[in-house]
Design a protein around this ligand. Structure first.
Ligand SMILES: NC(=O)c1ccc[n+]([C@@H]2O[C@H](COP(=O)([O-])OP(=O)(O)OC[C@H]3O[C@@H](n4cnc5c(N)ncnc54)[C@H](OP(=O)(O)O)[C@@H]3O)[C@@H](O)[C@H]2O)c1
Length: 263
C-alpha cells in the first residue's frame, strides 16, 4: 500500500535534508508544519512551499525545549491531525585527527539536540496517533549510528540512541496502527556535512535524499537506509573482531569540527 501524506510535521526544515523534505512534500492539498530556529531561512522555505500550493504553518521552536515542543505540536495536531512527523533536526560535533576527547559541553549539546530533540518531537504524537489508530513517525538516524566512529563519538551515541528508540517503540505502536520508520542516512550534501572533512562515498544531494525518503515513507518502510553499499559495509563491520575494526577505522582520515551549540 502506498500512503499519500497530507498533514506533515518536519523539524529542521530550515536547511539541508529537512528543507528538501519540506519542498518535496509541498503541493496543493498538503498541510506542512515546519519547525526550525533561523527565522529568515524558515520564512524562505515556507514561502516556497506555499508557492508550490501547500498550506504552511512555520514556527521557530528549539527541539531541545520539551515543553515548547509539546505545546506547539499538541496544538497543531489538535487543529489538524498529522499523518506523518519527521524528526530530522540535528547537529554534528566531533574530533580533529589529534584530539583525544570531546568537550563535555559539546557532548551535552548534541545529546540535547539529536537525541532528546527526537524524543521531544515524537512523544507528543504517540498518544494522539495511537488514539486515532493511524499515523507515521519517522526519525532521522545515520549510518554513524550503526557503529562507533573514532572521530565523532557523541554524534554516534545520539544516532545509535535514535535507532534504539525507533526499534524499541515500533512493535507496540504498529499494533495500534502507527508506523515507525527509521531513516539511516549516509552522506548527504548539506551545511552539516560540508563542515566534515572526510571521504564521503555515495554522497547524494539533499533533494535526492528527500525524494528517496519520501518514496520509502509512502511505502511504510521500517528502515530507510542509503546508500545501500555503505549501509551493508557498516553492518558487516559489526561482525569483525573489535580491535580489527579499530585498526581499520584508525586508518580513515576524518576531521569533524566541535559544535558551538551549548545546552
Ligand atoms: N548530511 C548528512 O550527511 C547526514 C547524514 C546522516 C544523518 N544526517 C542527519 O540528518 C539530519 C539533518 O541534517 P542536515 O545534514 O540536513 O543538516 P543541516 O543542513 O545543518 O540542517 C540541520 C537542521 O536542524 C535544525 N536544528 C539544529 N539544531 C536545532 C535545534 N536545537 N532546534 C531546532 N532545530 C534545530 C537546523 O535549524 P536552524 O539552522 O534553523 O537552527 C536545520 O534546519 C540531522 O539529524 C543529521 O544528523 C545527516
Amino acid at each position: 500500500m502506498t500512503r499519500q501524506h497530507r498533514s506533515i510535521l518536519v523539524t529542521g526544515a530550515t536547511s539541508g535534508i529537512g528543507r528538501s523534505l519540506a519542498l518535496a512534500y509541498a503541493a496543493p492539498g498538503v498541510r506542512l508544519a515546519l519547525l526550525g530556529r533561523d527565522r529568515a531561512r524558515l520564512d524562505e522555505v515556507a514561502a516556497r512551499a506555499r508557492a508550490a500550493g501547500a498550506e504552511v504553518e512555520a514556527a521557530t521552536v528549539d527541539v531541545r525545549d520539551r515543553l515548547a515542543m509539546a505545546a506547539w505540536i499538541g496544538q497543531a495536531d489538535a487543529a489538524q491531525p498529522f499523518d506523518l512527523a519527521i524528526a530530522n533536526a540535528g547537529i554534528t560535533t566531533g574530533l580533529g585527527p589529534d584530539d583525544l576527547a570531546e568537550e563535555p559541553e559539546a557532548v551535552r549539546a548534541i545529546l540535547a539536540t539529536n537525541l532528546v530533540g527526537v524524543l521531544n518531537t515524537v512523544e507528543p504524537l504517540v498518544a494522539p496517533m495511537c488514539a486515532r489508530g493511524e499515523g507515521q513517525l519517522a526519525m532521522v538516524g545515520s549510518i554513524a549510528g550503526l557503529h562507533g566512529l573514532p572521530y565523532s563519538p557523541a554524534y554516534c551515541i545520539t544516532k545509535a540512541g535514535v535507532h534504539a528508540y525507533a526499534e524499541s517503540i515500533r512493535a507496540r505502536l504498529e499494533r495500534r496502527g502507527v508506523l515507525v520508520s527509521l531513516i539511516v542516512a549516509g552522506y548527504v550534501k548539506t551545511p552539516l556535512n560540508d563542515s566534515i572533512t572526510a571521504m564521503k562515498p555515495g554522497e547524494i544531494t539533499g533533494d535526492q535524499a528527500a525524494a528517496l525518503i519520501k518514496r520509502r515513507l509512502a511505502k511504510g518502510h521500517a528502515t530507510i537506509a542509503f546508500p545501500y553499499p555503505l549501509y551493508a559495509l557498516a553492518r558487516l563491520g559489526r561482525l569483525l573482531p573489535a580491535r580489527l575494526y579499530d585498526r581499520i577505522m584508525l586508518g580513515v582520515t576524518a576531521s569533524v569540527p566541535r559544535t558551538r551549540e551549548r545546552v
